[in-house]
Design a protein around this ligand. Structure first.
Ligand code: IDP
Ligand code: MG
Length: 140
């Protein structure tokens, strides 16, 4: 199967605890390759737009505050079946439900501060990558 791409964020709870390297190691050990990466401070507008799909959910406001509470690392990951592979390595949204060995099981603080974001489908991956990166910033 050909390599595909997905979009990933290392969230503020993880940058705050200086564990971005540990998280990237999990992704790499899981068979994914970082082909674009930058550390940014997300603006409120960016966070609102990025999570617009959740705007009716009760946690939306808190989520936007959390995602802008410190720097994040946005990245494009490449590998076989990258979207699903990344979701597998991340584990369930709620760390209490996440499988052993997953990033969220090992590192997440809570259902909100759960250390990583990963696209949920090929189409969203494409949109999310384009939201943060230009094609010439992606170097496979
Ligand atoms: P995902 O990140 O596993 O795809 P989504 O349902 O898309 O999960 O939710 C997006 C993000 O919103 C989660 O990663 C988490 O940070 C936050 N979130 C999801 N559900 C809750 C909740 O019930 N309370 C607080 N925050 C939540
Ligand atoms: Mg999601």
């Amino acid at each position: 199967m050909a390599a595909t791409r997905t979009f990933s964020i290392i969230k503020p709870d993880a940058t705050r605890r200086n564990i971005t390297g540990k998280i990237i190691s999990k992704l790499e050990e899981g068979g994914l390759r970082v082909v674009a990466q930058k550390r940014i401070q997300m603006t409120e507008d960016q966070a609102k737009q990025f999570y617009a799909v959740h705007k009716e959910r009760p946690f939306y406001g808190d989520l936007v505050s959390f995602m802008t509470s410190g720097p994040v690392v946005v990245q494009v990951l490449e590998g076989e079946d990258a979207v699903a592979r990344n979701r597998e390595i991340m584990g369930a949204t709620n760390p209490a439900d996440a499988a052993d060995g997953t990033i969220r099981k090992e590192f997440a603080e809570s259902i909100e501060a759960n250390s990583v974001h990963g696209s949920d489908a090929a189409e969203t991956a494409k949109e999310e990558i384009a939201f943060f990166f230009t094609e010439d910033e992606i170097v496979g």
